[in-house]
Design a binder for this molecule. Structure first.
Ligand SMILES: [Zn+2]
Length: 292
């Protein structure tokens, strides 16, 4: 039978940017093709080991697995009682290491970042367990959490995530000079005053949408600080915008850390440094009023 012609073909890249496979979207659905030789028996041997440890071994990797199959396997291993009609999972070229899962009318559908396609089977199973736990309100095992977290913190994976973010999502921002506040001026002042001009940021701007909950955000992939447009208002004192920018600059100064199996976004050092902001307390009070 002739294979249906792909509509789209998405490369799956190895850590060095070499193509190790691809996702093809056709009339028949999505298929994942690997360019590397098949899995060796060696990998199967390892599934008996503790995940977090096994993950540290450098294993010869095969083609990306049939993701739906992985999810079905993990689902039955977790002995989830809920009735599920079908389980489908596929890789998707998200901008980062994002994955989604949903259960609708008994059909379970998951989309997993294609950056994970080249991870060891143990990592993919760990991620499946974490996602299934989310949907069925369970707590994923410690092994699964450690295994996946260890993977996401590997330097070559962080690099791939940042690259993918840069390539795939072009951040659309409004220019830093707003109607009422100028983010560029604020950033430069803060950088000189508190950081000896040492904070590198490629872009700075107002969000395109009014975000009520997220007032500021630092995107490490783009080295970009984004401030909610909601704050570009005469009702918002300048020091409050300064405080938000200062907070995001601290994210550059103190990157996300890993402690055991937790990600620490606001470390103790971060919190201490945050309190150095002159109007720290009134900024916090004001933000509470804004419902942030
Ligand atoms: Zn923060």
């Amino acid at each position: 039978m002739r294979r249906a012609r792909p509509w789209t073909r998405t490369r799956i890249e190895g850590p060095l940017g070499r193509e190790v496979g691809c996702v093809e979207k056709t009339e028949a659905g999505n298929s994942i093709r690997g360019a590397l030789p098949p899995v060796s028996n060696f990998q199967l041997l390892v599934s008996g080991l503790k995940m977090a440890h096994a993950e540290q071994l450098a294993l010869p990797l095969g083609p990306p697995p049939d993701l739906s199959e992985v999810f079905r396997k993990v689902f039955s291993r977790m002995r989830i009682r809920s009735h599920v009609v079908s389980i489908g999972a596929q890789f998707h070229p998200f901008a980062g290491l994002r994955s989604t899962i949903m259960l609708r009318n008994g059909a379970l559908k998951a989309q997993v970042s294609d950056l994970v396609a080249e991870a060891s089977p143990l990592v993919i199973e760990a991620l499946a367990e974490i996602l299934l736990s989310k949907v069925f309100r369970r707590r994923p095992s410690r092994e699964a959490r450690e295994c996946y977290l260890a993977y996401t913190f590997r330097p070559e994976i962080r690099r791939r995530i940042d690259e993918a973010r840069r390539e795939r999502s072009r951040k659309r921002l409004l220019p830093p000079r707003g109607r009422h506040h100028d983010l560029e001026a604020i950033f430069q002042e803060l950088n000189q005053r508190f950081f000896q001009g040492q904070i590198p940021v490629s872009r700075l701007g107002w969000s395109r949408h009014h975000s009520r909950r997220i007032l500021g955000h630092y995107d490490s992939g783009h080295e970009t600080i984004i401030v909610s447009r909601k704050l570009d208002s005469p009702a918002i004192p300048r020091y409050l915008v300064e405080y938000i920018v200062y907070h995001e600059m601290l994210h550059v100064r103190f990157p996300v850390e890993r402690r055991g199996h937790r990600r620490v976004v606001h470390s103790r050092e971060f919190r201490e440094a945050e309190k150095q902001f002159p109007q720290y307390e009134s900024a916090c009070r004001k933000l509470k009023h804004l419902g942030a």
